[in-house]
Design a protein around this ligand. Structure first.
Ligand code: GDP
Length: 454
């Protein structure tokens, strides 16, 4: 299909959702001032919200149908497989140099002082730099805080032939092209910053990825995770046993509720009901397409209490997930073998869900979303985050194209002057902006950017 067609189709889908979110949030604000509003007006507002929701469902259903009837469904699947095969071949080539003694290497230390999701993102970033500099990634993982013996007992080694960090010359980043071994710092203290950090994607793949996928950087991160997280036999057996034991079955919505040390420091508290509202909306929508015999969620959390609460408040739901796993996620026991298997398995189940409801401020959910991309040609719309939009920690500017000019009518709404504007945007809602340029890699286009996250 032609790229313009695919972009338009996806844009109509996401702008339909945005239109609904926009109107819905305005109406909900009025609802919240119940004491100041006449009862009959409140009644009309409820009616508008409910009917609006019905219309949204129907419209989204039709737009999704387009992708079924336009004759390109097989092409999308094949293109997705072909791209992944191509990229896996490249990774294998890069990671298995002919001569490890003379190969140019990039050394990355797994043990960043943070959680599993954060450490995975650290390794993915290292991989991106290795790919961008055409160096073999050497992962140092002995003494890993989650598993002292190291990464290789849990996942396949990142190379079959080249694991030694030794070389003729060693330097810190950036070194120079002749330096054989470069030690990479964490992204937070990386200078100079190369152009291939997120949200960049490989330029030669960009036209195909932009056509295929609604958020190419998430696809790219997903591919790197696919390579890195090839499980050792023991790990894959454990995962399979868990799947069988808990009775993981689709359709299912993955719900991740991050609490404990995160709340009040890096993220706000969200009640279970806030998550479940979106779960319900997803199933309402799914029912426009298929019969749903049982509404089912996979619940993952670091707070064991939410399991009881969910079972009590949502008896009609089948709730899969293990509160004892959440116990191992407590800050005091977090960095241990048991906790490691808990988080690997939670992320795996979340990623295999049909849809994710979570807070993207948590790296756990972002990793699950990234891995989820491996199971569909384009799973970029299969989530609802209660807080942040998708981002990659340490990323470069997140640029968006303004498709229509827009004069802000009040504070916090950005101004857009056709598609030529370059502006900063903190929090804003404006229907006139869309079409992310999240894909401009090695090829920045500041002339066409407007930074705004809807
Ligand atoms: P973030 O702090 O949420 O952004 O994510 P990190 O992965 O960097 O650190 C949080 C850590 O807490 C995880 O790596 C786990 O060890 C633990 N954790 C948080 N949420 C869960 C969960 O839902 N299940 C399990 N098993 N562990 C969790």
């Amino acid at each position: 299909p032609n790229t313009q067609y695919e972009l338009l189709r996806r844009r109509i889908f996401s702008n339909t959702k945005e239109l609904f979110y926009f109107i819905n949030s305005g109406l909900s604000d009025i609802q919240k001032q119940a004491t100041k509003v006449a009862p009959e007006i409140l009644e009309s507002i409820n009616f508008l919200i409910n009917m609006g929701n019905e219309h949204k469902k129907s419209l989204l259903h039709d737009i999704e149908q387009l992708a079924e009837v336009d004759g390109y469904a097989n092409w999308r699947q094949k293109e997705s497989n072909d791209l992944s095969t191509l990229v896996m071949d490249r990774f294998k080539y890069l990671q298995n140099p002919e001569n490890c003694d003379t190969a140019r290497k990039l050394v990355c230390n797994l043990n960043k002082g943070c959680g599993y999701g954060c450490q995975l993102h650290h390794v993915v970033y290292c991989f991106m730099v290795a790919y961008g500099t055409k160096r073999t990634l050497i992962l140092k993982s002995k003494g890993w805080r989650y598993h002292k013996a190291g990464w290789e007992e849990i996942f396949k080694p990142v190379s079959d032939t080249c694991l030694s960090p030794n070389g003729q010359s060693i330097a810190g980043w950036p070194g120079n092209p002749e330096t054989q071994v470069i030690n990479l710092p964490i992204i937070d203290s990386l200078t100079p910053r190369p152009p291939f950090l997120p949200l960049a994607i490989p330029e030669d793949l960009a036209p195909r990825l932009i056509r295929l996928h609604g958020d190419p950087i998430v696809w790219w991160v997903g591919q790197i995770l696919k390579y890195l997280l090839r499980p050792q036999e023991k790990t894959s057996n454990l995962l399979q046993e868990t799947i069988d034991k808990i009775g993981f079955k689709r359709p299912i919505v993955g719900v991740h509720i991050r609490r404990t040390d995160k709340v009040g420091t890096e993220a706000a508290f969200h009640r279970l009901e806030e998550y479940m509202l979106h779960v319900d909306q997803y199933f309402d929508y799914l029912e426009t397409k298929q019969v749903v015999n049982k509404r089912r969620i996979y619940l993952a959390s670091d707070d064991p209490k939410v399991f009881q609460e969910a079972k009590k408040l949502y008896p009609a739901y089948e709730i899969i997930g293990d509160p004892s796993v959440a116990k191992t996620a407590a800050v005091s026991t977090r960095y241990s073998d048991t906790s490691l298997f808990g988080i690997i398995s939670d992320i795996h189940m979340l990623s295999m869900s049909d849809y994710l409801v979570c807070t993207f401020s948590s790296q756990v959910c972002r990793v699950a979303y990234e891995i989820m991309q491996n199971f569909y040609p384009d799973a970029s719309h299969r989530y609802r985050s209660l807080d942040d939009i998708y981002y990659y920690g340490g990323q470069n500017a997140h640029n968006m194209i303004a498709v229509l000019p827009h004069e802000p009518s009040k504070k916090d709404i950005i101004k857009a002057i056709s598609s030529e504007v370059s502006a900063e945007c903190s929090s804003s809602v404006a229907l006139t902006f869309s079409m992310p340029i999240r894909t401009m890699v090695y090829l920045p286009r500041p002339d066409r950017t407007i930074k705004c996250d809807i």
